[in-house]
Ligand binder design. Sequence first.
Ligand code: B4P
Length: 182
Amino acid sequence: MTRVVLVGPPGAGKGTQASALSSELGVPHISTGDLFRAHIANNTELGQNVKRYLDSGQLVPDEVTNEMVRVRLAEADARDGFLLDGFPRNVGQAEVLGKLLSSSDDKLDAVVEFRIDEELVVQRLLARGRADDSESVIRHRQEIYRSETAPLLDYYADVLITIDAVGEVGEITARVLDALRA
Ligand code: B4P
């Protein structure tokens, strides 16, 4: 059973690492950002509702996000563990996740923080050029990370693992796996 949450500022490489970690750990990669972007690409009602939040770098309202995650975690492949990427993103979402897990008598094994200099990620994201990767939107996402998401580091202090997220992709994957197995 592996239940892991990845936390880090926008562009820290959570999604990049989650793909590799998911196959190493044998658990599904569940990314709220990817789920939202799939809804937008498929033009679902949820996608139409959340597009403006992603485009402007705002957090999607908690009730929408929490419900989407509740449904996803109830799917069969998540029963034996998961790698959550981008959720929770604030303490309210963390409380909801705690309730979802306590109902199945399971707790998180680890919360992995990707630590990286903000200026470095601005350059990475500008190079990626996704729809929400303009400099002003990136700066706004960073502010939201500091005010809304960073408090999770205290909230999860007892299961927190901090990883230096600067370096080659494979090197960072190895750091995370070493820390999780220690
Ligand atoms: P996310 O999809 O979670 O996006 P992110 O934080 O920007 O990216 P990530 O850290 O995963 O970086 P990546 O690996 O892609 O969120 C997007 C939006 O969705 C949010 O702004 C919000 O609106 C909404 N949302 C999502 N979850 C939510 C929630 N729980 N509640 C409310 N709203 C929510 O890497 C970035 C770039 O760096 C890539 O180009 C990659 O190739 C490069 N890179 C990665 N690792 C590298 C390395 N080691 N060296 C060099 N480059 C690297």
